[in-house]
Design a protein around this ligand. Structure first.
Ligand SMILES: [Fe+2]
Ligand SMILES: [Fe+2]
Length: 399
């Protein structure tokens, strides 16, 4: 029997679950609450007082749990369960885990839409340490959002030695990239953006620093798994690529920071768009297309509401879909009217979208993508594109 942990903060209160809850005791699962008994505040308090962070349910009951939490959260429609999973789980690159280490958080894979633990500190029957087989067998892995801090500490500890003593390596890059991803996840999922902003700024500073120290680490920063195309991951890619090109173009430190923030935030308006529309896999109608395009103005509104955000980030967000021949949106601006930093972000936006799998098509290779962008002619800044192609050509590749 496989059991799935659930952070106790995610248990709906005063609902009849229809499935049993378990605790672990002496490396065994013991029944904690049977299916008819609702969980109330007192029960939660008791668990917390006893230092219990997770509760367990049988894997077969997990769909019931998902349906219940989606209903309690007020989600509806076909994608409600996916939405719950996207919010509560964070995608990580399995190669950030070191063979032989024992993470103090649970690592999941997703099997037929259900998270299944593959490494866990405390789950009877699940390995506690990372094996060679894990690294070979699984391409994608997930952790609980509530475990992010633990994951981050783990990364710092397990990669610190290599990252410090051999700056020209992948480890440093991985650390930076995961760091940036976490920061972007914070921006996209934190209800209080002003709390997430300092974290994002710090991540951007670290990336810039590592890019300046050595060009070598940013191949790892750019190396993206397309297993899970998510807006926040796309945003990190766009930020990193934009800063890379900015360095090549010898922009000032301030402009580089704007590129980092602008890249991270360019699609933030999508947090205010109907998630079912964002996840739609079938053909999109013209009116739905219009709604999707509203992410630009919604993003600008979002940015205006955040105290402390440099105002120069606004044009980047506002103009990231404008094209130099006037065919972009929302304002059909033309060459000379578009902020050069927005032109850079626009190029990376297109490149990252082409090189990742989309709901309606497969990914293009970097080579194919750059070719397509050449064919776009005057719509994009071809001079920047040339520099970008040269920049990709110069990247150190990990051996
Ligand atoms: Fe966008
Ligand atoms: Fe985008």
């Amino acid at each position: 029997m496989i059991y799935i942990p659930i952070p106790i903060g995610e248990l709906p209160i005063n609902e009849t679950y229809g499935f049993d809850l378990y605790l672990t005791y002496n490396k065994k699962y013991v029944l904690f609450r049977s299916r008819q008994l609702p969980v109330d505040e007192n029960v939660l308090l008791q668990l917390r007082e006893n230092g219990v962070e997770k509760i367990y349910i049988e894997k077969g009951d997990y769909p019931k749990f998902l349906r219940l939490t989606a209903r309690v959260a007020g989600y509806s429609g076909d994608n409600s369960q996916i939405r719950y999973l996207q919010e509560k789980f964070v995608f990580i690159d399995i190669h950030t885990l070191r063979k032989g280490s024992t993470p103090d958080f649970t690592v999941f894979t997703v099997e037929s839409g259900l998270p299944t633990p593959i490494i866990a500190p405390d789950l009877p029957g699940v390995p506690t340490s990372v094996t060679e087989q894990h690294l070979l067998e699984f391409t994608s892995a997930y952790i609980f959002q509530v475990d992010l801090e633990k994951y981050y500490d783990y990364l710092q500890n397990s990669w610190a030695e290599e990252a410090t003593y051999q700056p020209m390596n992948v480890a440093g890059g991985i650390l930076m990239r995961e760091n940036a991803k976490m920061a972007a996840h914070g921006l996209f999922h934190c209800p209080e953006p002003k709390e997430a902003l300092p974290v994002a700024n710090k991540a951007i500073d670290q990336i810039l620093e590592s890019m300046f120290d050595n060009g070598g680490t940013y191949y790892a920063l750019l190396k993206i798994s397309d297993q899970d195309f998510n807006t926040y991951i796309h945003s990190v890619n766009v930020a990193v690529l934009s800063m890379g090109l900015g360095i090549r173009l010898k922009l000032s430190q301030f402009q580089l920071q704007l590129l980092g923030l602008g890249g991270m935030l360019h699609d933030i308006g999508k947090t205010r768009i109907d998630p079912d529309l964002l996840l739609k896999k079938t053909k999109i109608s013209p009116s739905e297309y219009e709604s999707l395009r509203e992410h630009v103005t919604l993003g600008v509104e979002w940015c205006r509401e955040v105290p402390g955000l440099p105002p120069d980030v606004l044009p980047i967000v506002a103009q990231h879909h404008e094209q130099m021949d006037g065919t972009g949106y929302p304002d059909k601006l033309k060459i000379g009217q578009i902020d050069p930093l927005a032109q850079i972000v626009n190029i990376m936006e297109i490149y990252d979208s082409l090189t990742n799998r989309q709901p309606f098509r497969d990914a293009f290779s970097p080579f194919q993508s750059l070719g397509k962008m050449r064919e776009m002619g005057k719509a994009i800044n071809q001079e920047f594109l040339t520099q970008f192609i040269l920049m990709l050509g110069e990247q150190h590749r990990p051996t």
